[in-house]
Design a protein around this ligand. Structure first.
Ligand SMILES: [Zn+2]
Length: 107
């Protein structure tokens, strides 16, 4: 993960330094605690992978997205302070995920 920007070293949800998981469909990095929490969410909401088990496709996705990008987007809807479940199940987050996917597949 050479291309990790500074913001991606911190958990996207709680801001803890040190990330262990990636939510591939949200293109964000998470700490072990928040990653475990995301595992309880539906896969349509968050697909969690260990940071050591990313495919080249996953890495492409997270390099296009990233924590800062999601934060900037959700800030428009004042969603950053919401609990993970409410935040990632929001209509805004669904829209964001759809766009992440479009950027990858080009369709
Ligand atoms: Zn966290």
């Amino acid at each position: 993960m050479e291309k990790m920007t500074e913001g991606n070293k911190y958990c996207a949800d709680c801001g803890t330094l040190g990330v262990a998981f990636v939510s591939v469909n949200n293109a964000v990095f998470l700490c072990s605690e928040c990653g475990e929490l995301h595992k309880s969410l539906d896969e349509s909401v968050s697909i969690i992978k260990s940071i050591n088990k990313l495919t080249s496709q996953d890495i492409l996705i997270v390099s296009l997205g990233g924590n800062e990008k999601l934060h900037e987007f959700l800030e428009n809807y004042s969603l950053n302070s919401f609990p993970a479940k409410d935040k990632y199940e929001s209509t805004a987050a669904r829209y964001y995920r759809a766009n992440v996917k479009i950027n990858i597949t080009g369709s």
